[in-house]
Ligand binder design. Sequence first.
Ligand SMILES: CCCCCCCCCC(=O)SCCNC(=O)CCNC(=O)[C@H](O)C(C)(C)COP(=O)(O)OP(=O)(O)OC[C@H]1O[C@@H](n2cnc3c(N)ncnc32)[C@H](O)[C@@H]1OP(=O)(O)O
Length: 202
Amino acid sequence: MSELINAREERGADISRGGPYYGELIEQVRGLMDRARLVSPTDELALDAIGILKQLNDKLDAAVVNEWSTPTWTRFDLPARGNITLPPFMIDHADSSGVDARLTFRNYHLGGNNAAHGGQVAVGFDDLLGMAAAMHAGSITRTASLTVDYRSVTPLNTELKVRAWAERQEGRKVFVRATLHDGDRLCAEAHGLFIVLKPGQA
Ligand SMILES: CCCCCCCCCC(=O)SCCNC(=O)CCNC(=O)[C@H](O)C(C)(C)COP(=O)(O)OP(=O)(O)OC[C@H]1O[C@@H](n2cnc3c(N)ncnc32)[C@H](O)[C@@H]1OP(=O)(O)O
């Protein structure tokens, strides 16, 4: 992990961005989303929560910045870089040979019957495959194609292991694979094609 943080810092990633409380702020938002996914409020509770959330959103509005100034692509010290749209993961190892991560789907990732939503599994794969492709190519890449095979149910609130790696690169095309395990059990696997962006490509 420290290897990855060092590599990102060398490229100008600022892990102090957002300040020392940013990780806890995002964790509280995740906790809110967990509750929002399962809550069945009374009218009184719903109205109370709406008032509090409106006030909070107004406060946060004052600190909203553009995507390049947010902490969410520089905070490699935080779960999923502090990006609330991703299932939280911690990177154990990342280099050109691949990425190993511990990832936990939360209540707000619920698909049904206590299992993670398949789309959320794909989101986790997309980000970690993107990281593996970027580490392999030494350059930013973009998903061209992503296929997920769901092999068994993916549990919530359980630390899962993700391994993502580049199989080969042909020019700008980086062919990647990944697996998601709950212990020894394979929950899902993915393969994809990521394209190295050309200089200046949007
Ligand atoms: C360290 C931090 C890590 C953060 C990770 C974040 C990961 C998040 C990744 C994403 O979610 S990115 C967002 C989702 N993806 C997109 O929105 C991509 C939308 N598509 C595009 O922008 C373009 O189609 C793309 C950049 C992927 C490719 O366009 P280009 O004009 O640059 O390339 P081109 O179309 O010439 O294709 C290059 C090669 O790839 C091939 N190719 C492109 N798309 C393909 C496809 N879908 N299937 C198979 N081959 C494909 C294409 O045939 C060609 O092969 P050859 O070089 O052999 O001729």
